[in-house]
Design a protein around this ligand. Structure first.
Ligand code: UDP
Length: 487
């Protein structure tokens, strides 16, 4: 049993150390989970690497949000990364390597010799670590403190391309070459005839395998089942295909999604200032696009965004642009600065695109995405299939045109198209005709079919976060487990 220092009789107060990888998307998810735990009375120390903490403080009102919780505090840890977030896919590796090299020994010292874990006034009684951070999980497991992992990526990727990676490699299915992209994957239980090799996580492709990600994933697949439990951002019904298989390896799974919705209802129920639910995004949101959306009838606008890391080439930008313009639908397009890998040069954009966009389009650097997707004018979401974007879209019943960029997005887009049937997957193509056709199919020809399944998932998502819903119950179980492991 754990007891307060100096007083062997008093049980410890539950105190969770939370440590996400220093990338916007995961940090955002971890902050939401942290706030939910604070609301349950658990003491939370949120550990950020310097790289993500500085811009988070500078660009968000995060401190004033969390100041109202006496049971919350931030701690930081150096990572040796000397450029400013936001990162893009181009420098993500450097950020993670920084953490792996610089933060690792410091974290180890913090936890094992004890600055954070034992000597603080309130010892850490449990850790919630990013499953991605193998070194942190290893350190956690070395201590006697219970460790929970949070995987902010999609469970469909986690099952198909993480937990099954050793089998896929052994069976010779991974890595695979360009010419094998359309061969069916045979060694992922539960997914017969569903996945082509191109639908496995991006790092399984031969071209992508050199970046060390495979070794990291293999380590994660071994470490995660050794922890106390695995937290995932999904709901039971949505991942009914993969969760039973994942439970064979990690019996204790807590599906608490859609996390952003669960977070929102809980905060609203606990605050008199709803404006406080602002996002944790380090990009400044341009809210003028909401009044632009107000001018459009229901379900007429295509919303386009590739999230915080993905990039596209100028040539691809033009194909998508033509596809949008030729579809004849108005569009709201987020063009994150720096997201065109070979640079954006307006003098090379055909004037017909620019003229049409003045009439039919709205382009912003960064949008308040949850509000945009919830806006009645939005009828389709052309997305890079990031897991957060996908959950945000599913939660409000917006069908998706999936143009995945990397990592779990290749798997998610397949599940969107073939399992949840709430969109179309146009991966590995970038052609104006395909984009135009996908938009017309979704918004005109097959509109009823897409609307039907989008509403089905929206309702199931809402049910899961209702008081008696599966995600609410999972969260309550997580809280109860953290408390009982502390006493
Ligand atoms: N997002 C946003 N405004 C934008 C584009 C994206 O707030 O203009 C948010 C979006 O709501 C989501 C996150 O950025 O929560 C993107 O996360 P996702 O997992 O979809 O992709 P990633 O950026 O990690 O590739």
């Amino acid at each position: 049993k754990n007891h307060q220092k100096g007083d062997p009789k008093t049980p410890l107060e539950p105190h969770v150390l939370i440590f996400p990888i220093p990338i916007q998307g995961p940090v955002n998810c971890f902050l939401k989970l942290a706030e939910l735990l604070c609301l349950s009375g658990i003491y939370v120390t949120f550990l950020n690497t310097d790289h993500i903490h500085r811009p988070l403080l500078r660009h968000t009102n995060i401190l004033s949000r969390f100041n109202r919780y006496p049971n919350f505090r931030f701690e930081t840890i150096p990572d040796g990364v000397n450029f400013e977030n936001p990162v893009s896919a181009a420098n993500i590796k450097e950020v993670l390597e920084g953490a792996n090299i610089v933060s690792k020994p410091i974290f180890r010292e913090m936890m094992i010799s004890g600055r954070l874990s034992k000597r603080s006034e309130r010892p850490v009684t449990a850790m919630i670590l990013d499953a991605f951070f193998g070194f942190a999980v290893e350190v956690g497991l070395e201590t006697s403190t219970p460790v929970f992992c949070f995987q902010t990526i999609s469970p469909c990727c986690s099952w198909t391309s993480f937990f099954n990676l050793p089998t896929l490699i052994e069976a010779g299915e991974v890595p695979f070459r360009e010419e094998d992209m359309d061969k069916l994957v045979e060694n992922v239980p539960g997914t017969q005839h569903l996945l082509r090799k191109r639908d496995l996580a991006g790092f399984c492709r031969l071209d992508d395998m050199s970046n060390g990600e495979v070794q990291r994933v293999l380590k994660e697949a071994l470490l995660t089942p050794r922890t106390q439990g695995l937290i995932v951002n999904t709901f039971e019904e949505l991942d009914a295909l993969v969760l039973p298989y994942m439970r064979k390896l990690c019996p204790n799974i807590y599906p608490i999604g859609p996390l952003h919705s669960l977070h929102k209802v809980r905060i609203l129920a606990n605050t008199t200032q709803p404006q406080n639910i602002s996002s944790n995004s380090v990009w400044k949101e341009d809210c003028t696009c909401l009044s632009w959306l107000d001018k459009h009838p229901p379900k007429t606008v295509v919303y386009v965004s590739i999230g915080s890391l993905a990039m596209m080439k100028f040539e691809q930008l033009l194909e998508i642009w033509y596809g949008l313009v030729n579809s004849g639908k108005p569009f709201l397009w987020v063009r994150r600065p720096g997201s065109i890998s070979d640079g954006y040069d307006e003098s090379h954009v055909p004037s017909e695109l620019l003229d049409h966009t003045k009439e039919m389009g709205c382009i912003v650097d960064w949008a308040p995405q949850e509000d945009v997707l919830a806006h009645q004018a939005v009828g389709a979401f052309m997305t890079h299939s990031g897991w957060n974007s996908t959950m945000e879209s599913i939660a409000v019943g917006v069908p998706m045109i999936c143009w995945p960029y990397f990592y779990d997005q290749q798997v998610i887009s397949r599940f969107v198209g073939e399992v949840w049937k709430v969109g179309v997957d146009i991966k590995d193509t970038c052609d104006r005709l395909i984009v135009e056709k996908a938009i017309r199919d979704m918004m005109d020809k097959n509109r009823d079919i897409f609307t039907q399944s989008a509403i089905l998932w929206e309702n199931l998502a809402k049910e899961s976060i209702s008081e008696a819903g599966s995600s609410s119950k999972s969260l309550a179980r997580l809280v109860a487990d953290i408390i009982s492991l502390s006493s």
